[in-house]
Write a protein that binds this ligand. Structure first.
Ligand SMILES: NC(=O)C1=CN([C@@H]2O[C@H](COP(=O)(O)OP(=O)(O)OC[C@H]3O[C@@H](n4cnc5c(N)ncnc54)[C@H](O)[C@@H]3O)[C@@H](O)[C@H]2O)C=CC1
Ligand SMILES: O=C(O)C(=O)CO
Length: 323
């Protein structure tokens, strides 16, 4: 039987590339710069599989990919997949859940601690030689331990955040969502409540949902108005789950104390985004899963998913909507 041809649209670890090479013919775009469209078109015209991390898989891509049977993304989020178009064409979509859960939860805690204790802001202050200006109180922050934490999106990562909150920081955890999560209630004492109640009562609010039609701009002007005065808002989900203009307004008006953001409406975030000029905003370049080990594990899992899908086996990580 001839080996399937797959296209890898970004550099990946040598081990993942070698693994794919054991089972498939492949081409790889091994450079950091933007791929010319002709390269994509040429490869997709014959590819049975695509390994990517965020490329839009929509009708226009499917139209130039007549042989395509599977797309494997090196991410747990798959909002770049047009699920209906993939379903209609019978294209399998896989992602990389679980392997990044703890790494992302660590980063969320980093954002919480940095926003509450002003770590990034005061790091700049010391390095700029301004320590001598200090009058004590102007450097005060707020405590993370024993504070209340509202998690919107109590999934894999949400639970890992709840575990750290409960056992590491003795926080009072609450969550909202479409359904109750009895394990999270039992293990972390998480209290289920409406989003409105959660917003009104939490010192920290962490957004950890996938981006879907339902969660797009889930947090907007009305939701920021409901938040406790002095609340800290953390987003490590996707930029578009938040109405960024409303977030900017809430910060400018001092309705909320601070924000910790790993994701933005537009990425890379433009240098003139007002959020970047705010000392009480911690801004990171979408690095939730970015540790060497986790990125390696994600690439290996995505490679396995791809190989299984294009060699006629059922990969373990087909996205739920396409199962
Ligand atoms: N910043 C980063 O680098 C990373 C961001 N992410 C984002 O985090 C998301 C979550 O990942 P996992 O926890 O693995 O997914 P998951 O599917 O285990 O959890 C998502 C949770 O959100 C809940 N949810 C969905 N719609 C909701 C709504 N309207 N209100 C409240 N809850 C809702 C779901 O019921 C589920 O419990 C990913 O889809 C991705 O967008 C994931 C990894 C890294
Ligand atoms: O996995 C994801 O969804 C990311 O955003 C990057 O790890």
């Amino acid at each position: 039987m001839s080996r399937p041809f797959v296209f890898i649209d970004r550099p990946i670890p040598a081990e993942a590339e070698a693994y794919i090479g054991q089972y498939c013919e492949y081409a790889i775009w091994n450079r950091r710069e933007k791929m010319p469209r002709e390269v994509l078109l040429e490869n997709m015209s014959k590819a049975a599989g695509l390994l990517t991390a965020g490329r839009k898989v929509d009708q226009s891509l499917l139209d130039v990919s007549p042989q395509l049977r599977a797309v494997s993304t090196i991410s747990v989020g798959y909002n770049h997949f047009d699920i209906e178009a993939m379903k209609a064409r019978g294209v399998i979509g896989t992602h990389t859940p679980d392997v990044l859960t703890e790494t992302v939860a660590d980063l969320v805690f980093g954002l919480m601690l940095s926003s509450a204790r002003r770590i990034a802001e005061l790091d700049r202050y010391v390095k700029e030689g301004r320590w001598k200006e200090n009058d004590g109180e102007s450097l005060f922050g707020v405590d993370v331990h024993h504070a209340s934490l509202g998690i919107i999106g109590m999934g894999r990562i949400g639970e890992a955040i709840a575990r750290r909150a409960k056992f590491g920081f003795e926080m009072d955890v609450r969550y909202s969502g479409r359904s109750r999560k009895p394990e999270a209630e039992e293990r972390y004492g998480a209290v289920y409540m409406s989003m409105e109640e959660l917003l009104k009562s939490s010192d920290f609010i962490v957004l950890m949902t996938p981006l879907t039609a339902e969660t797009e701009k889930l947090i907007g002007r009305e939701q920021f108005r409901l938040m406790k005065s002095g609340a800290i808002f953390i987003n490590a989900s996707r930029g578009r789950t938040v109405d960024e203009a409303a977030l900017i307004e809430a910060l400018q008006e001092g309705r909320i104390r601070a924000a910790g953001l790993d994701v933005f409406e537009k990425e890379p975030v433009p240098a003139d985004n007002p959020l970047l000029a705010m000392p009480n905003v911690v801004a990171l370049p979408h690095i939730g899963s970015a540790t060497s080990r986790t990125r390696f594990d994600m690439a290996m899992l995505a490679a396995r998913n791809l190989v299984m899908a294009v060699t006629g086996q059922r990969p373990p990580n087909v996205i739920p909507e396409l199962k």
